[in-house]
Structure formats: C-alpha cells, structure tokens
Design a protein around this ligand. Structure first.
Ligand code: NAD
Length: 250
C-alpha cells in the first residue's frame, strides 16, 4: 500500500516546473491529484495517467477568491476530500530596482504570490476542518528568508508567505491541520530559465550563489513537499524549510 493511497492532493502551479514534478510525486505515492493552473496543465494529468495515477486539471487563477473556492469545491465533488494542499503557483518580477517598480507590478506579484497562497490556505483549511485532518505546504523561496537585489515585490511576497505560515500554524494546529513552507533556492524550471535569459546580472548572481556548485532539480523540492505532508513529519508545523543547496547558509 502506497503512503497516500485514497488521499487527495491539490497542487497549484501544476502545469510546469516544481508544481508538475510535485504533482507526479504525489501520484507516485498513491494520491489522486487535482492539478490547478492558469495555464494548460493537461500535460501533467497525462504524465500522471501514464504512470497509472488519477488526476484532473482545473483551470484556476489563484489570485481570485471565487476561483480558488471553486477549485476546492471541484476537488471535493470529484474525489470527496482534500487531504493535502500544495500552494505553489507564483510569478517573478526580477531585474527591476525598487525605485522603478510600478504599483501595478507590485500589486500583481503580491496578488498572485501572497493573496493566492492566503486564499488557497483558507479554502483548503475550511474543507480540512470538516474532515478533522490535513497537511498544507506553501512555496516561498530563499527570497522569503533573505533579501535579493532588484526583486522587491517577489521578496516581499515570499517573506509574507513565511509569516502567513506561522500564523496559520497557530490558528489551525490544534484543529488537526499542519502547515509548512518550502523555500527553494535556484531550481531548473521555466521560471528560472526565463530569469537567467532576461538578465545577465541575475544569471551571474544565481550561478555565484550555488553553494553546492549546481542548480537544483524540481524533484528535489517535490521530495521535501512529500515528506512535509507525510506522517514522518507528524510533529513538524509552522516551519519554512530552505531546500536550496545551502543558499541561505551564507
Ligand atoms: N525555480 C526557482 O528557482 C524557484 C526558486 C524559489 C521559489 N520558486 C517558487 O516556486 C514556485 C513554482 O515556480 P517554478 O519555478 O516551478 O515556475 P514555473 O513558472 O515553471 O511554474 C509556475 C506555475 O505557476 C502558474 N501560475 C502563474 N500565475 C498563476 C495564477 N495566477 N494562478 C494559477 N497558476 C499560476 C504558471 O502558469 C506556472 O505553471 C513559485 O511560487 C516560485 O516563486 C521557484
């Protein structure tokens, strides 16, 4: 019997990168997966079906209250429960010094990265409280722990997730829900490849900051998420765990 047999996981930002890799790992561990993304995530669903798993794609903009509520309702109407939530969808706005960031750009990043995670936690928790149990993992970043130059909105949004995780753990811990966050370093995904292509300074900084001499792979974040959701992490609550090859140890 696989450890997540008969369990249901929601994964946001599941079309690509870290979300796709984690959706596949949830399926390998036996979970049924609700793959949510603004972009087409049917490729992730097919990859899960090819390994004998069960998944559906739900189009969802995590920054929109009604769409996140509908996402959780769809998970429940399809699979009957929500046992795990991986709130991972995010966007980056790199390479722009703070004094040049517009209010619209700042609000967009905060709306997706921070309000999006808040909305996902809220509606997943409402369902999990009915079930009496659940585990939630959010994706912040090494930029949720340390400052990164020319990445103000993103860094603010990711620090916000770290704070939100602490308060959510205090609010939900006695009621059966654990909530934690992963803080990835530089991981080989479309987002990182875009950043490195757009800005030579960012590419140089990312390469220089690799303590282990390499960029991470999406599955290395997925493995941490699976562990945080598992019973092996049954007393782990409210943490924001770097999975960054040592980036924030500097
Ligand atoms: N790749 C890295 O080096 C790195 C490092 C630290 C943190 N992160 C974080 O990891 C998470 C995943 O990023 P990734 O690197 O896999 O990037 P990615 O761009 O490959 O994947 C992000 C996914 O989020 C989706 N998305 C964007 N806006 C959305 C919205 N409003 N609603 C729903 N889905 C939306 C995108 O369509 C995409 O599929 C993000 O939160 C990112 O900030 C990534």
């Amino acid at each position: 019997m696989k450890q997540f047999e008969n369990k249901v996981a929601i994964v946001t930002g599941g079309a690509a990168g870290i979300g796709k890799a984690t959706a596949i790992e949830f399926a390998k561990n036996g979970a049924k997966v609700v793959v949510a993304d603004l972009a087409d995530a049917t490729g992730t669903v097919s990859a899960i079906q090819e390994i004998g798993g069960e998944a559906i794609y739900v189009k969802c903009d995590v920054s929109k209250d009604a769409e996140v509520k509908a996402l959780v309702e769809k998970a429940v109407s399809t699979y009957g429960a929500v046992d795990f939530g991986f709130n991972n969808a995010g966007v980056e706005l790199g390479g722009i010094p703070l004094d040049e960031v517009t209010v619209e750009e700042f609000d967009k990043v905060i709306g997706i990265n921070l309000r999006g995670v808040f909305l996902c936690i809220k509606y997943e928790a409402i369902q999990m409280l009915k079930q009496g149990k659940g585990a939630i993992v959010n994706t912040a970043s090494a930029a949720g722990i340390v400052g990164v130059p020319s990445l103000s909105a993103y860094t603010a949004s990711k620090h916000g997730i770290v704070g939100l995780t602490k308060t959510a753990a205090l609010d939900l811990g006695k009621r059966g829900i654990r909530i934690n966050t992963v803080c990835p370093g530089a991981i080989r995904t479309p987002m990182l490849e875009g950043t490195m292509k757009n800005s030579e300074a960012a590419a140089a900084q990312i390469n220089d900051s690799q303590i282990m001499g390499r960029i991470g792979e999406p599955v290395e974040i997925a493995n941490a998420v699976i562990w945080l959701c598992s019973d092996a992490a049954s007393f782990v609550n409210g943490i924001s765990m770097p999975v960054d090859g040592g980036w924030v140890a500097k």
